[in-house]
Design a protein around this ligand. Structure first.
Ligand code: ZN
Length: 403
């Protein structure tokens, strides 16, 4: 599927530092050590509604990863999916009386426009689930051959009992797992399951629902195995970063990692599991069901996208925080100060600032720390005539903000 267009990334003098990231699975900040290509998979949207600030916050975090790796000299292979067939999409399409494909196309196009406006570097592979049904079926066949599946009627389930690493990503206890599984699209109470946490790999055809042929009957794929199949196809096992919002830790990333492990025999499926925090609004996590979404496309009508980007960068990617309109006002003021500062004929030492900003970004993407350093540079006077140009390029290349 078509991705979106890439902004030009200036090449900075010297080289960035090795990037260290917090890995949810091992619960520590560790150096990423890409061998050759740096491979990253970030879970994409289910295109039934417009991009909200929570999405933007997540994709921005992984955009910083992408930019830091490039600055350190890596060739980055970035893959993202879009879940263009799933229950929420079909339910929404039916509720508003629109064909599900039409709804998906419309929302994917809006997502592309939002990502472009925010200057998020596009994935190399932007993959719709409906494009790769055969690849997904192939992974399910491999899981069947390894005895990891069973059927309930026309549906195919993955058996937790076949996954020796189950729990390794989230570290959650059984009770937490069951609660989150029920909250996030799972079906712990379904009759006929061997274990409440067994999950759906393939949903047999239902009247009125889209379906595809497969070696195990007509139907459509479950959520987790989609990402597993796409990551295996484009990146292979043992890729460097599997990313998404922290609400994907369980069940999505836990179950995907087990599928990858059982299908390939290789562990870990991803070398680091990296998660962005949740953005709240009016006291609660932004979500469709609570109706408290702030859409990027609406915000863009009144604000410079670079100010939106700066407002998000002002909070560390792993923290949970609340959006308030004054965050945008603060970001607009910062953007104006930085633009004035790089328009000066000279400023304080630019190379020294670049070295310190690189340190902050390499330290688990400390964007707020980087912003503070640039604020201090912009507020001080100096006689380095090359500094304003260098700082403009640095802010563009590392933070993605065009001044
Ligand atoms: Zn995913």
């Amino acid at each position: 599927m078509r991705s979106w267009s890439a902004p030009k990334v200036p090449k900075l003098p010297g080289s960035g530092l090795p990037l260290r990231l917090y890995d949810t699975a091992t619960r520590e900040v560790r150096e990423t050590e890409p061998s050759g290509k740096a491979r990253m998979y970030v879970c994409g949207i289910t295109p039934y509604d417009a991009t909200h600030l929570g999405h933007a916050n997540t994709y921005l975090a992984f955009d910083l990863v992408n930019r830091a790796w490039r600055d350190a000299g890596h060739d980055v292979h970035y893959t993202q999916n879009t879940t263009d067939v799933d229950d929420p999409l079909l339910e929404r399409a039916q509720a508003i009386g629109v064909d599900w494909r039409e709804l998906a196309d419309r929302e994917i196009e809006l997502f592309r426009t939002d990502m472009e406006a925010l200057r998020i570097l596009p994935p190399r592979d932007y993959v719709a689930v409906t494009e790769v049904i055969d690849d997904i079926a192939e992974v399910i066949v491999r899981l069947m051959e390894r005895g990891a599946t069973y059927r309930i009627g026309d549906d195919v389930y993955f058996s937790v009992a076949a996954a020796p690493k189950f729990g390794a990503i989230s570290g959650y206890d059984e009770e937490t797992m069951r609660r989150l599984f029920a909250e996030r699209g799972g079906d712990p109470g379904r009759a006929g399951k061997r274990n409440p946490l067994d999950w759906l790999l393939w949903r047999g055809e239902r009247p009125g629902e889209p379906s595809w042929e497969s070696p195990f009957g007509r139907g459509r794929p479950g959520w987790h195995v989609e990402c597993t199949a796409i990551a295996l196809r484009h990146l292979g096992p043992g890729f460097d970063v599997s990313g998404g919002g922290s609400d994907l830790i369980f069940p999505h990333h836990e179950m995907g990692a087990c599928e990858g492990h059982v299908a390939t025999g290789e562990w870990p499926f991803a070398r680091a599991y990296v998660h962005a925090g949740m953005v709240a609004y009016e006291g609660e996590k932004m979500s469709k069901s609570r109706g408290n979404l702030v859409f990027v496309s609406e915000l863009r009508r009144e604000a410079d996208p670079m100010a939106i980007r700066l407002a998000l960068l002002a909070r560390h990617y792993r923290s949970d925080w609340e959006w308030t309109p004054d965050r945008l006002t603060e970001a607009e003021a910062r953007l104006a100060r930085w633009r004035a500062a790089v328009a000066r004929p000279a400023g304080p030492d630019g190379a020294a600032l670049l070295a310190r900003v690189r340190e902050r970004i390499a330290d688990d993407l400390d964007a707020p720390g980087a912003l503070a350093l640039i604020d201090a540079w912009a507020a001080a006077d100096g006689d380095d005539a090359s500094a304003p140009g260098l700082v403009r390029d640095m802010v563009d290349a590392l933070l993605g903000v065009a001044l």
